[in-house]
Design a binder for this molecule. Structure first.
Ligand code: ARG
Length: 436
């Protein structure tokens, strides 16, 4: 069955049908399509298009479809898309009354409505995932509250920081991601139904009532815009792409930090794999896949921006590709957030290795310069003095705190013992520069 066969004399070619068919993808809209159709039926009854009996038959028929089918079962059904499947299945249950459901509606405002419901729900789930990951990071920071790690710039040891400082950096990133998704929600949460194919509806449907029933905050103002607006899709994809950039950077850190060379983290066996050939291997596949998924997610965003930018105003079938982009992105995001969370919850910090790395006193060079500043030396001169001390220590193959610093500035005779321990360097931040 097709919803539009009447005007045609010939059947479409199977190859074209294969391309045109979206049911394999949009079957996931089963639940939202039925919810939106039930609300639409009520609005048709409200303006006299359906009798109370017809409404009841349609409403119950739709409810039944939802209880009888899962999206998985629907995927293989021989229909063009989810809207056709629902209408055809309804007709098989309640007969010709089903044919009244599509009054004043087009698949254009229908699919825009369905998809907004879907994306709204997806955002809710992502927000919960983000919150759970942030909670795991905060917990890890607290569990290893004493642990200090080297912070890097240019991938070179820069200054020591607490493990919690590292964890909370990602809490910040993921909370910005959450706020971006939340802000997008206000632009997703708008009802297009009632826009028809492009120009609006000839029936005085109560769109506000439909919006209330479906939980939309607002109704769309312009039918021409509402039927072809996919800004909410672009926003979802870009919020996700930015989030995946953060996930990928964290993955990259954890891949490095868990190498034999760094030896900072012991990843759990729950999130690592072995090698089919090399018996000793424990590979960080999860993080590697996250890194790749971040790239592919960016591709979906740029791909869909490309789809949109040349479209003439009004619905065009190009828009159908929005589903694949969003569904794949949604899957990438959810899997990545879950695996990151699992990794954070199960990681073991190799505290002996970290202690050794963090106690590299060259990372206290800035503190030495600042110490001279406190004595009245201009920072630029202090930098120069400490740089000379660094050179000397390197030449002597010693640590910065193992050479006689007073040879470089008499002020260093006052330098308290243990000035360059990682603990003291960390504690000095945000406190008195004179600690200890
Ligand atoms: N499967 C289509 C989509 O996702 C539904 C809308 C079809 N509309 C149309 N006029 N052919 O966009």
């Amino acid at each position: 069955m097709k919803l539009w066969q009447g005007r045609f004399e010939e059947d479409s070619d199977p190859v074209f049908e294969k391309m045109n068919r979206s049911l394999g993808v949009d079957a996931v809209l089963l639940e939202v399509d039925i919810r939106a159709s039930r609300a639409h039926a009520r609005s048709l009854a409200g303006c006299g298009v359906l009798t109370p009996e017809e409404l009841k038959a349609i409403d119950q028929g739709l409810e039944q479809i939802l209880s009888e089918y899962t999206p998985e079962q629907v995927k293989a059904a021989p229909y063009e898309d989810i809207h056709t499947f629902v209408e055809a299945t309804l007709a098989s249950k309640i007969g010709p009354t089903a044919g009244k459901l599509h009054t004043g509606r087009s698949r254009n405002d229908q699919v825009a409505t369905d998809f907004r419901l879907f994306v709204r729900k997806a955002i809710g789930l992502i927000l919960a995932d983000l919150e759970a990951l942030q909670a795991a990071l905060i917990e890890s920071g607290a569990r290893y509250s004493e642990v200090i790690i080297p912070a890097y710039t240019h991938m070179r040891r820069a200054q020591p920081i607490r493990w919690s400082h590292y964890c909370l950096a990602y809490v910040e990133m993921f909370s910005r991601d959450a706020s971006r998704f939340e802000q997008s929600l206000s632009r997703v949460d708008i009802l297009p139904l009632g826009s028809g194919a492009v120009a609006g509806s000839n029936f005085p449907v109560d769109r506000e009532a439909v919006a209330r029933e479906l939980g939309f905050a607002k109704i769309s103002a312009n039918s021409l815009d509402a039927t072809c607006d996919r800004d909410f899709v672009i926003e979802f994809l870009s919020d996700a792409a930015i989030m995946m950039v953060h996930a990928s950077r964290m993955a990259e850190d954890w891949i490095m930090y868990s190498t034999e060379e760094f030896g900072f983290l012991e990843l759990s066996e729950k999130v690592t794999t072995g090698s089919s050939l090399m018996p000793q291997k424990k590979n960080p596949d999860g993080f590697e896949i996250i890194r790749a998924k971040a790239a592919m997610t960016t591709g979906l965003l740029t791909g869909f921006l490309g789809v949109m930018k040349g479209l003439p105003t009004g619905y065009n079938k190009d828009l159908q590709e929005d589903k694949e982009a969003v569904l794949k992105t949604f899957e990438n995001v959810r899997l990545s957030l879950s695996v990151l969370r699992l990794s954070v919850r199960t990681v073991t910090l190799k505290t002996d290795r970290l202690e050794k790395a963090a106690s590299d006193s060259f990372m206290g060079a800035t503190d030495l310069a600042d110490f001279l500043v406190m004595k009245g030396v201009p920072f630029r001169s202090a930098h120069e003095i400490v740089a000379r001390a660094v050179r000397e220590a390197l030449d002597q193959k010693k640590q910065l705190d193992q050479i006689d610093l007073s040879a470089f500035s008499p002020f260093f005779t006052d330098l308290p013992a243990g000035y360059l321990t990682a603990e003291n360097i960390v504690n000095r931040k945000g406190h008195s520069p004179l600690i200890p």
